[in-house]
Design a protein. Structure first.
Ligand code: GTP
Length: 598
C-alpha cells in the first residue's frame, strides 16, 4: 500500500464516553468482521475488561475502507487504555500513530481524562478530529460541548462529527474524516534498512510473545533475522501479520504499516516497549528515541487466605507477570498472614485488576494489605533508602527525614459539588494550585500526597459528588513531610500486616478508626484484650475488648450431648482459619475486613 493510502490513528476519550463502541462500529461498518461474528467490544479481549467495560491493554486493528474518492484506504486503529493508571501506556501508543479521534460524550462534555489524553495526543503532534458521541440521547448538547472543546482544549471544533456510536448515526462521516483530515504516515523508505518501533507486546498462551510493531523504514517479513537494538536480543521471525481483528498472516509489513510479529520470544520481559527493531545483517544507523519503562508506584502485600494455595499463587503470579512488565512481585513473609508476595502496581485500578484475575481466573482467595507508596528515607549518615513496605521501616533514631511522592491531581466537577471536593482535597493534605470554571463545571488542580490518594480517595470523591466528578493525576516528585510508621498492637503484640505509614497529624484519627474496627472483628477471649495504635513506643489510640463471660456451650442446656459436640467441632474447624498472636487468636476474616479499602 502506498503511504498516501494509509491512516494510522487512535481514539482518545474519557472513560465511558464511547471509545470502544465507536471502534466496534468502525470495524462493523467496513465489514472487517462478518456481522454474525460481531460481539460487543471486539477490542476488549480480556474477560475483566469486558465485564467492567474498561480497556486495559492497548490493542490494534486494521480496517480496509473504500472511501468516497474511489480509493481503498488502510486504516490502522490503535486502541488505548482510558484509565489514569495507564496514562503512560496511552502516551506510548500515541507515538506510533499520526492522528486521533477525540471522542466526547455530548451529554457530559469535556472531563478530566479527556484533557489528559488529548494533551498527550497534542504533544505527540497528532492531527485531531473532534467527535461528539451519544447525540441519540435527549440530553445531548452538541453546541455547548463544541464550544467547551474550543474554550478548554483550544482546538477548532466547528467541523466536529456528530455521531451515535450506539445507533450508527454519523459513522460514515467519521470514516471520511479519518481519510480526509488525518495525515498519511510521513515519508518512509521501503529500501532503507529496517527500522520498526516496538509499540506493545503481549503473551499468548499458544504463540508465546506477540509484538505490535510500527514500521518506519524498510520491510519486515517471515524468515527475517531481527535484532532488538536496546536489549540486543536476536530472533528469527516466524510470522508477520495484521489484526482484522483476528490475527491474519501477511507476506510483509512495509513502511508506515502497523502489524504484529511473532518470533518465539519467551517472555514479555524480553521485549522493551519503545525499542527499535532492525535486521541483524543490515541494521539501521540510529535507533528511535525509545520510552522510559513504566514503573510501579503503588505496593501492597497479597497473601493467600488458605496457606495451601501458596504454590498455586506463585505459579499464577509468574504467569500474570509474563504478560505485564509493569507488575512487579517478590516473596514476603508476615507473622500475621504467612507466606505471600509484595507486589507493585501502576495504580489502584491495576492492583484491582491483578487481584481480581488471581481470584477469578486462578481461584485463589486473597488478603490484600493496605496499599502503600514508595517513601524515600534519608538516614542520618546521608544514605537514601527506598521504603516499599512499612514493615521494613527502621528505628526512627537512624532516620533524619522522610520524603513522600506527590501528585498533581485535576478534578472536574459540576459547581454544586465543588465545596465537597475542596473539603476532601484539603482533608487529604492537598494544596490548591488552580481553580477555573468551564461551561458550568469547575476544574480544580491540587498538589496532593499520593499516599492519601491510594487509600480511598477515588471512592470518597465518587460518593461526595454522586459520581459526577472526573479525576486524573500525574506524579510530580518527592517532598519531605512529617511521616511516621503507625503500628497496631493486639494484646501488646505488634501485628505486622496492619502497620502503615501515615502523616503525624492524621495518625490519631486513622489509629482510632483501626482500633474500633478491630474491636468489632476480634472475638472475645477469656481475658481482656487491649487493642492499640502506636507510633514508636507511644500509644495514640486504644480500645479494650472485654473478657468473655460465659462458656460457649452454656447456651446448649445440659442434656443435648450431640448438639454440644457439634458446636465444639464447628469451633475447631473455625480455628484453622485463626492466626495466633501471643495468647490471642485473630480470625483471618478480621484481617480481610480491617484491611479493606473502604
Ligand atoms: P472504556 O473502554 O472503558 O474507556 O470506555 P469507552 O469510552 O470505550 O466507553 P464504551 O464504548 O464502553 O461506552 C460506554 C457506555 O456508553 C456503554 O454503555 C455504551 O453502550 C454507551 N454508549 C456508547 N456510545 C453511545 C451512544 O452513541 N449512545 C448511547 N445512548 N450510548 C452509548
Amino acid at each position: 500500500t502506498p503511504l498516501s493510502r494509509i491512516r494510522n490513528f487512535s481514539i482518545v476519550a474519557h472513560i465511558d464516553h464511547g471509545k470502544s463502541t465507536l471502534a466496534d462500529r468502525l470495524i462493523q461498518l467496513t465489514g472487517t468482521v462478518a456481522e454474525r461474528d460481531m460481539k460487543e467490544q471486539m477490542l476488549d479481549a480480556m474477560d475483566i475488561e469486558r465485564e467492567r467495560g474498561i480497556t486495559i491493554k492497548a490493542n490494534t486493528v486494521r480496517i480496509d475502507y473504500p472511501a468516497k474518492d474511489g480509493h481503498t484506504y488502510v486504516l490502522n486503529l490503535i486502541d488505548t487504555p482510558g484509565h489514569v493508571d495507564f496514562g503512560y501506556e496511552v502516551s506510548r501508543s500515541m507515538q506510533a500513530v499520526e492522528g486521533s479521534l477525540l471522542v466526547v460524550d455530548a451529554t457530559q462534555g469535556v472531563e478530566a481524562q479527556t484533557l489528559a489524553n488529548v494533551y498527550t495526543a497534542i504533544e505527540a503532534d497528532h492531527e485531531i478530529v473532534p467527535v461528539l458521541n451519544k447525540v441519540d440521547l435527549p440530553a445531548a448538547e452538541p453546541d455547548r460541548v463544541r464550544e467547551q472543546i474550543e474554550d478548554v482544549i483550544g482546538i477548532d471544533a466547528s467541523e466536529a462529527c456528530l455521531i451515535s456510536a450506539k445507533t450508527g448515526v454519523g459513522i460514515p462521516d467519521v470514516l471520511e474524516a479519518i481519510v480526509n483530515r488525518l495525515p498519511p504516515p510521513p515519508e518512509g523508505d521501503p529500501d532503507k534498512p529496517l527500522k520498526a518501533m516496538l509499540v506493545d507486546s503481549k503473551y499468548d498462551q499458544y504463540l508465546g510473545v506477540i509484538c505490535i510493531v510500527r514500521i518506519i523504514d524498510g520491510t519486515l517479513k517471515k524468515g527475517d533475522r531481527i535484532r532488538m537494538m536496546k536489549t540486543g536480543g536476536t530472533y528469527d521471525v516466524d510470522d508477520v501479520g495484521v489484526y482484522r481483528p483476528a490475527m491474519t498472516h501477511v507476506k510483509s509489513l512495509g513502511a508506515g504499516e502497523i502489524g504484529y510479529l511473532n518470533a518465539s520470544i519467551k517472555q514479555v520481559r524480553d521485549t522493551r516497549v519503545g525499542d527499535t527493531i532492525t535486521h541483524e545483517k543490515r541494521p539501521c544507523e540510529t535507533p528511535l528515541p525509545g520510552f522510559k519503562p513504566s514503573v510501579p508506584v503503588v505496593f501492597c502485600g497479597l497473601f493467600p487466605v488458605d496457606a495451601n494455595d501458596f504454590e498455586d499463587m506463585r505459579d499464577a503470579i509468574e504467569k500474570l507477570a509474563l504478560n505485564d512488565a509493569s507488575f512487579t512481585y517478590e516473596m514476603e513473609t508476615s507473622a500475621a498472614l504467612g507466606f505471600g508476595f509484595r507486589c507493585g502496581f501502576l495504580g489502584l485500578l491495576h492492583l484491582e485488576v491483578i487481584r481480581d484475575r488471581l481470584e477469578r481466573e486462578y481461584d485463589i482467595e486473597l488478603i490484600t494489605t493496605a496499599p502503600s507508596v514508595i517513601y524515600h528515607l534519608f538516614r542520618k549518615d546521608g544514605e537514601r533508602v527506598d521504603l516499599h513496605n512499612p514493615a521494613d521501616m527502621p528505628d526512627m533514631t537512624y532516620v533524619s527525614h522522610i520524603e513522600e511522592p506527590r501528585i498533581k491531581a485535576t478534578v472536574m466537577v459540576p459547581d454544586e459539588y465543588l465545596g465537597d471536593v475542596l473539603k476532601l482535597c484539603q482533608e487529604r493534605r492537598g494544596i490548591q494550585l488552580d481553580l477555573t470554571y468551564v461551561g458550568g463545571r469547575a476544574m480544580t488542580v491540587y498538589d496532593l500526597p499520593l499516599n492519601e490518594v491510594v487509600f480511598d480517595f477515588y471512592d470518597r470523591l465518587k460518593s461526595v459528588t454522586k459520581g459526577y466528578a472526573s479525576f486524573d493525576y500525574e506524579m510530580i516528585g518527592y517532598r519531605e513531610d512529617n511521616l511516621v510508621k503507625m503500628s497496631i498492637l493486639v494484646n501488646d503484640e505488634p501485628v505486622d500486616a496492619l502497620a502503615m505509614m501515615v502523616h503525624r497529624d492524621r495518625a490519631e484519627m486513622r489509629g482510632r478508626a483501626m482500633c474500633e474496627k478491630l474491636k468489632e472483628l476480634i472475638p472475645r477471649h477469656m481475658f481482656k484484650i487491649p487493642i492499640q495504635a502506636a507510633i514508636g513506643g507511644k500509644v495514640i489510640a486504644r480500645e479494650t475488648l472485654s473478657a468473655m463471660r460465659k462458656d460457649v456451650t452454656a447456651k446448649c442446656y445440659g442434656g443435648d450431648a450431640t448438639r454440644k459436640k457439634k458446636l465444639l467441632e464447628k469451633q475447631k474447624a473455625g480455628k484453622k482459619k485463626m492466626r495466633q498472636f501471643g495468647k490471642v487468636e485473630i480470625p483471618q476474616e478480621a484481617f480481610i475486613s480491617a484491611l479493606k479499602m473502604d
